[in-house]
Design a protein around this ligand. Sequence first.
Ligand SMILES: Nc1ncnc2c1ncn2[C@@H]1O[C@H](COP(=O)(O)OP(=O)(O)OP(=O)(O)O)[C@@H](O)[C@H]1O
Ligand SMILES: [Mg+2]
Length: 286
Amino acid sequence: MSDATHVASGKVREIYALDDERLLLVASDRISTFDVVLPTDIPDKGRVLTGVSAFWFARTREIVPNHLLELRDDGRSMECRRLEMLPIECVVRGYITGSGWKDYQATGEVCGHRLPAGLVESEQLPEPIFTPATKAHTGHDENITREQAAELVGEERFAEAERISLALYRHGSEWAAARGIVLADTKFELGLDPAGRLVLGDEALTPDSSRFWPADSYAAGRGQPSFDKQFVRDYCETRGWDKTPPGPELPDDVVEGTRARYLEAFERLTDIAFDDYLADPEVVVR
Ligand SMILES: Nc1ncnc2c1ncn2[C@@H]1O[C@H](COP(=O)(O)OP(=O)(O)OP(=O)(O)O)[C@@H](O)[C@H]1O
Ligand SMILES: [Mg+2]
């Protein structure tokens, strides 16, 4: 990587600077469960994340401009515009689950949205809601109210981030629904370009940033199995692991089963064969 300087490592991505305006985001095959990166990689997972993100970037430009400049031939590296990321995570929820379900049970609200009484776990909400969270650099992201988020980014920018995030969610959930997948919730990261315009960055509508549920087994009133990570989670549970680092090594059959599910998510969402993506990553942006 002679043309780039390594600037940071996320849980999943390595970040390099190409120059003052451009970054190279390289998605590794690392997998995290319960916020812990496991010692075993899932081959091609990074390619799935990069391919799915690029697929959406190419299809959502009418809603919001994005950071993608070029997809590299390895299928896992993306040249992108360097942005000044907003200090909030832009979460949209169409169904009540995860931390939203916990907050609702405790208070009847999620991030200041008062929700109807009597919702059951995993139930679809009357309308998708924007539920921002802080960007925690250590530990878990924390849900915040609209007022707190508006204070962090400014009223006007908050309103714009909400409008963009809801529009992206609607687009993604309709597309996924037509392919037998429920998009329960998802997280976007928006940043500012040098002109002060909001731009979609990071990854978008991937299995790592979203909860995808198989529509054919969906039923409200209980937790739903996740499309891709459930296999790994179930394995970790059988090991009696306490969910603190280090996580357990994964045996070959769990690695293969998880890889197959990531590839299936790629193919069902994009209608493109994963082998075609490997042969020429540009197929997802055409
Ligand atoms: N266009 C961009 N300009 C600047 N930063 C970006 C851009 N796109 C993404 N990022 C940042 O790059 C990082 C991506 O790395 P990765 O997805 O591995 O991190 P993460 O695991 O989500 O975050 P962390 O490890 O901090 O919890 C994120 O911190 C994200 O905010
Ligand atoms: Mg990330």
